[in-house]
Design a protein around this ligand. Sequence first.
Ligand code: ADP
Ligand code: MG
Length: 264
Amino acid sequence: MSDLEKTPADATHAMVRAERVHKSYGLVEVLKGIDLEVKQGEVFVLVGPSGSGKSTFLRCINHLEKINAGRLYVDGDLVGYRQKGEKLYELKDSEVALQRRDIGMVFQHFNLFPHMTALENVIEAPVQVKGETKAAAKERGMALLERVGLSAKAGSYPSQLSGGQQQRVAIARALAMQPKLMLFDEPTSALDPELVGEVLDVMRGLAEEGMTMVVVTHEMGFAREVGDALVFMDGGVVVESGDPREVLSNPQHERTKLFLSKVL
Ligand code: ADP
Ligand code: MG
């Protein structure tokens, strides 16, 4: 059986499936053949030194970057392409937009709309992109703010909130689109240490509810307690992967050992 016959059927079992994914910026190859699989309902932790390609990989999943070679599937659908027989056709912008609606992303620097209140941030996409009525979006938005412990801050602007509060609003905003997959790119790296816990608690709650999550983080305690799978990336390749507790307590590769000795 050829790869092309095999992959689409297999891909339906995974939320994310990467096969020999390559990505270059100009002449610089940043992802050098990534193979991995994120299962439904799994908390998948991605760790690695700065510059190893973690953000680039998340951006490829979320259609913010286009891969140069290999195949990338989200929930069984090829990212950026449609397959007919052996041929690939690039998706139209409208089709890409449809795929992106189902993926929530949370960034290191929150990226809230500064001129909107917390609630306005949360209801923006459901109203503008999904065409929800403002009343319905507000009701759901308030429930989401409650879920992240911020119903009292609905009318506050980002500048009036702490970093931890802003990040929790950002999570609520991503959830408002009812995503099937959440991507977190170092969500606590910009926070003062005393604010990290409140964000990790929200993420832990999401995990318990069964959300599929890909989390780039240096929080190894979180990886150990909440993670179902862990991949260590370096230089654009997957160096080592497995059960987080296994990899963290018994790393097999020198590069993994060196990295963990710096972050643990
Ligand atoms: P990580 O998130 O693991 O720190 P990144 O994915 O951000 O790594 O970056 C991987 C490499 O790709 C780095 O060397 C970075 O400088 C480079 N890179 C990232 N984005 C771009 C871009 N838009 N143009 C050119 N090079 C980039
Ligand atoms: Mg990064």
